[in-house]
Design a protein around this ligand. Structure first.
Ligand code: NAD
Length: 257
């Protein structure tokens, strides 16, 4: 695909014209595919190999067999993601923060690459949690993910916590509630934003996908950067159908960062 220079120039202009700290980046799995982490819905994505229903929170709680399947999924996730490094898109998002342009990065991703790419941890709102933390669901004690990964690699099962609770990565599974505190903070940043930039999300997973719509209702300009069309393109002020890292690199050139 060829990047439409005019489109990136428009995004650049909106960023430059906007009040400092009033733009929000909203990211999905597509921002991390260039780092080697597959998204869910693209061909060859994780849902091609794992059944999302089987990995739901009610199923996790209900049977040891589902928990084993769930850990298999995480073994694979960790194996891929531990090698991943932030790509140009993550670095440019971090640079936007350091330029004072962003109030927050709201992400559906659990890979931690925004923070690794240079965003301040307090600016990154992880709607779906973080895969590098494992906690007991009963007493919240945390466990190093590396130890559990090693156990899984050796073909052993994951033991329960000393208190008898189940261990689980600190991510939100289907059927599990999102943190009210993070949702509230994300809402606050969204309604106060002037420019809301979605990068690499199919925008179909709720409640996350409600944020771009809330931004639009709150009179922000909505920009969607995605390889393919999304279901809310008709609401956007600007849609750039291209690779996230290429678009963000072109933006970096205009910003001289
Ligand atoms: P999704 O898979 O539904 O959609 C990703 C979108 O990004 C697709 O529309 C795809 O066309 C686009 N895309 C893929 N690569 C791209 C690229 N290089 N440049 C531009 N666009 C690209 O993912 P989603 O919308 O984030 O929702 C799925 C859920 O999956 C999220 O809740 C998230 O928690 C979880 N997830 C996270 C990770 C991660 O942390 N990296 C990976 C897989 C899934």
């Amino acid at each position: 695909m060829v990047i439409q220079d005019g489109q990136v120039a428009t995004l650049y202009r909106w960023l430059e014209e906007g009040l400092p700290g009033r733009s929000v980046v909203f990211s999905g799995a597509g921002i991390s595919t260039a780092s080697g982490i597959p998204d869910f819905r693209s061909p060859g994505g994780l849902w091609a190999r794992f059944d999302p229903d089987e990995l739901s929170f009610p199923r996790f709680l209900a049977s040891a067999q589902s928990r084993r399947r769930y850990w298999e999924f995480y073994r694979e996730n960790w194996k891929i993601s531990r090698e991943a490094l932030p790509n140009a898109a993550h670095h440019v998002v971090a640079a936007l923060e350091h330029r004072g342009m962003l109030s927050a990065v709201i992400t559906q991703n659990i890979d931690g690459l925004h923070q690794q790419g240079g965003n301040s941890p307090e600016k990154v709102l992880e709607l779906h949690g973080n895969m590098w933390e494992v906690r007991c669901l009963s007493c919240s004690r945390s466990y190093p993910w590396e130890d559990i990964y090693l156990r899984l690699e050796e073909g052993r099962t994951v033991e329960d916590c000393n208190c008898g609770g189940f261990l689980k990565p600190a991510t939100i599974s289907f059927g599990q509630s999102l943190s009210e505190k993070i949702l509230e903070e994300a809402r606050r940043h969204t309604v106060n934003s002037e420019l809301f930039i979605c990068i690499g999300s199919s925008l179909v997973v709720y409640p996350a996908a409600s944020f771009p719509q809330l931004a639009k209702q709150s009179a922000a300009r909505l920009v969607i950067i995605n390889r393919e069309p999304t279901v809310i393109d008709h609401l956007a002020d600007l849609v750039i159908n291209d690779e996230a890292s290429a678009v963000m690199s072109a933006l970096r050139d205009l910003l001289h960062i």
